[in-house]
Design a protein around this ligand. Structure first.
Ligand SMILES: *[C@@H]1O[C@H](CO)[C@@H](O)[C@H](O)[C@H]1NC(C)=O
Ligand SMILES: *[C@@H]1O[C@H](CO)[C@@H](O)[C@H](O)[C@H]1NC(C)=O
Length: 361
């Protein structure tokens, strides 16, 4: 089936396209990178086995997952193909109209986050937004300005960023200049001010439905249990950071919605979603939320996931795939809550409600 300029060609018969496909744009860090970093000169990559071991091709794709990641699963739920990384050579022609993924592992809200990954070469957040602008130009050349504007206004957007500003910046030993510059409270405030500017720019570029995730329980990921946790417990410092940051993020999002007069930004409480299976892994079908499937050392939390790492036989039993990233199974549970979670998880509403509302327009 070929779709072209609003009509669908089925067996040579032209029928009007009933419902234009909704484009999907993704911004942020490794939790949502679908392979951009494979095209960049950086060490922050998931380009060797066993990454991708449960992906349909069984090959690494640059996703920091054993299989699908959160954007893939959102695409699946809205009945679309996964969107391509912006740097993929396949992203051209009709494919451009389905959206694009601009995310880049290692980056944060701040430009200096992820510097240890040679971050000047990464898609820093402001560059992801520059590329979004460039993307719109490319699409406009193809279908004109008015239709491009409409495509962007009607698109779904996901942004996941902020965790690295703590783990790969403020708490990074021994580089953390920011921790000498700011108290944790001041730093969180600063991040929120900078994040607000990024979201405002996304709005100015035409985004009208944007899911914004908070940070997970950063202190409880296997890497932190191994490095900073005390007696096998979560890192209290990083948990404190998450508990300061997430409520202020929500407050900022609500303020922005008020300012623009619409529920443009949808806050996903990914911290709470993660906490559910960290506090009661068995209830979600996991045998552990503490030991990563792939890694080495205590909790498999040390270093990177590589062909030489320990690898668990059944990825579905682990909440964490590698020292920092959820397994596909955990990503599925998160996307389930994004789709149909209550107001505790999704404010002001869940994605199925968003989709139902937008379909009526
Ligand atoms: C990051 O760098 C860009 C380009 O130099 C600049 O416009 C932006 O304000 C910087 N962001 C922060 C948070 O400093
Ligand atoms: C979320 O989505 C479901 C539909 O799947 C809806 O029934 C439910 O009321 C929503 N949850 C909220 C807003 O609490």
């Amino acid at each position: 089936m070929v779709t072209l300029f609003g009509v669908v060609l089925i067996a040579g018969v032209i029928v009007p396209r009933v419902e234009a496909k909704r484009a999907f744009f993704v911004f942020g860090d490794s939790l949502v990178d679908s392979g951009n970093n494979n095209y960049l000169a950086t060490t922050a990559r998931a380009d060797s086995p066993p990454y991708g071991i449960d992906y349909p091709t069984r090959k690494p794709t640059g996703r920091f997952s054993n299989g699908l990641n959160i954007p893939d699963l959102i695409s699946e739920r809205i009945g679309a193909e996964s969107v391509l990384p912006y740097l993929s050579p396949l992203l051209k022609g009709d494919n451009l109209l389905d959206g694009a993924n601009f995310a880049s592992a290692g980056i944060g809200i701040l430009n200096d986050t992820g510097a240890q990954f040679v971050s000047l070469l990464l898609f820093l957040m402001y560059r992801q937004l520059d590329y979004f602008e460039e993307y719109q130009q490319r699409v406009a050349d193809q279908i004109g300005l008015a239709r491009t504007r409409k495509l962007v206004n009607q698109a779904l957007v996901l942004i996941t960023v902020g965790g690295n500003d703590f783990v790969n910046n403020y708490y990074l030993v021994p580089y953390s200049a920011r921790s000498r510059q700011f108290s944790l409270q001041e730093y969180v405030k600063y991040l929120i001010v900078e994040y607000r500017k990024l979201l405002q720019r996304l709005y100015d570029l035409g985004a009208r439905r944007v899911i914004v995730t908070g940070t997970g329980p950063m202190g409880c990921v296997p890497a932190e249990l191994a490095m900073r946790g005390t007696n096998g417990g979560c890192s209290a410092e990083l948990q404190r950071a998450a508990s300061l940051y997430n409520p202020q993020l929500l407050h900022m999002i609500q303020g922005l919605n008020k300012k623009v007069g619409k529920d443009v930004f949808i806050a996903a409480n990914t911290g709470l979603m993660h906490n559910d299976f960290i506090s009661n892994p068995e209830a979600y079908g996991f045998t552990t939320s503490r030991i990563a499937c792939c890694g080495q050392g205590p909790y498999n939390g040390i270093g990177l996931c590589t062909p030489l790492s320990n690898l668990c036989p059944n990825r579905n039993l682990h909440a964490f795939w590698d020292p920092f990233h959820p397994s596909e199974k955990a990503n599925r549970l998160i996307v389930e809550q994004i789709m149909s979670g209550s107001k505790r998880y999704m404010k002001p509403m869940n994605l199925s409600t968003v989709l139902a509302l937008d379909a009526r327009k």
